[in-house]
Write a protein that binds this ligand. Structure first.
Ligand SMILES: C[S@@+](CC[C@H](N)C(=O)[O-])C[C@H]1O[C@@H](n2cnc3c(N)ncnc32)[C@H](O)[C@@H]1O
Length: 336
């Protein structure tokens, strides 16, 4: 029998951005931070955010209907458990993620047909330069991007720690390690391990304070550079999370070959990505793959595709270790 809820389900999918863009507006205006001190009316919030109180009321009423903020009988809005994550200063904050998704990413999604027609990045069409150049040229956006990565991927580090035994490793280099939050977590979990954070100059500069705040400056070195030029030596484990998926096969091979050049026979390569499964089942990596198509120009890959990439770069793919999240750890050793 035909499922009568299908049209409603489809309506929800079609209009999904109504909710996401409303969250973006509230995140950008910093509403959750303003509500930390206690409930406020739309007028009070409009004063603080220099917005139109009637329009702001309608935004907050809509968000309250999906569990983000709640309105009381005095027409004051307050935080809900979900809205807490839109605060800037909480562990696991999603504020930067909402700001990035609703701005550059949303604009890139609006040009999805361009990417489907040409196979090229819609981001470059809209912003006239590649994403990482754009982030370097706009450090405020770069900072939001770094924080958004923690917002979306931060919890994955716990899953990685549960799935993989890093004991016995001497030095782990997080290539493209962003603001350092992943490396800081790994080093906190393994007090004997040393770390190297490698990323673009401005990113490394921003990460320094994170490493210092964690008191890890003696165990963690930061090195600035581009993995398209070279990768620093000195680590027995090279870790790349959400790096290879940013790039096409040719650029990915350049990165992997640069890693290969500084590794010894006993070193390990750990590529952490969503490995796309066969079949039609829901899997977050299938939509993340479209983000990769439109924004940096990369792709999510299947196990076979990773095996082939590893082999072409001189690695043997030894294991693919699933984690509790949609991520897997793809382990390799030097083959040649
Ligand atoms: C998708 S983010 C992933 C960040 C982090 N590994 C994580 O899992 O949250 C990609 C990272 O690659 C870095 N990156 C981009 N181009 C780079 C380059 N040419 N050399 C070194 N790092 C680069 C970016 O600055 C960013 O931190």
């Amino acid at each position: 029998m035909k499922d009568s809820t299908l049209p409603d389900q489809l309506d929800q999918m079609i209009t999904g951005y109504w909710v996401s863009q409303s969250i973006y507006a509230a995140a950008k205006l910093g509403i959750a931070d303003l509500l930390v001190a206690g409930p406020q009316t739309a007028e009070q919030l409009a004063d603080a955010t220099k917005t139109n109180s009637g329009a702001l009321y309608r935004l907050l009423r809509a968000l309250a209907s999906v569990g983000i903020f709640t309105e009381n009988e005095q027409h004051e809005f307050a935080l809900t458990p979900m809205a807490e994550f839109l605060r800037s200063d909480v562990p696991g904050s999603k504020r930067a993620l909402a700001m990035m998704s609703g701005d550059e990413q949303f604009q890139s999604w609006s040009e999805i047909l361009y990417s489907i027609e040409t196979g090229k990045t819609s981001f470059d069409k809209v912003f006239e330069k590649p994403i990482f150049e754009y982030l370097s040229d706009n450090p405020d956006k770069g900072q939001i991007f770094d924080q958004a990565m923690t917002g979306i991927h931060g919890r994955e580090t716990g899953d990685i720690l549960n799935a993989y035994d890093f004991s016995g490793l001497n030095t782990l280099m997080d290539v493209g390690g962003g603001n350092g939050s992943n490396l800081v977590n790994l080093l906190q979990h393994y007090p004997e391990m040393k770390g190297i954070l490698f990323d673009l100059p401005q990113v490394v500069e921003r990460a320094q304070s994170h490493i210092e705040q964690a008191g890890l400056q003696d165990r963690c070195q930061s090195i600035a550079g581009s993995f398209f030029e070279s990768v620093p030596a000195g680590a027995d484990t090279i870790f790349l999370r959400h790096i290879i998926h940013d790039w096409d096969d040719e650029k990915s091979l350049t990165i992997l070959r640069h890693c290969h050049a500084v590794m010894s026979k006993n070193s390990r390569l750990l590529v952490v990505e969503s490995v796309i499964p066969e079949g039609n089942d829901p899997f977050p990596g299938k939509f993340l793959d479209l983000v990769m198509l439109m924004i940096p120009g990369g792709k999510e890959r299947t196990a076979e595709e990773y095996k082939s990439l590893f082999e072409q770069a001189g690695f043997e793919l030894t294991r693919i270790i699933p984690t509790e999240s949609a991520l897997s750890i793809i382990e390799g050793i030097k083959q040649t």
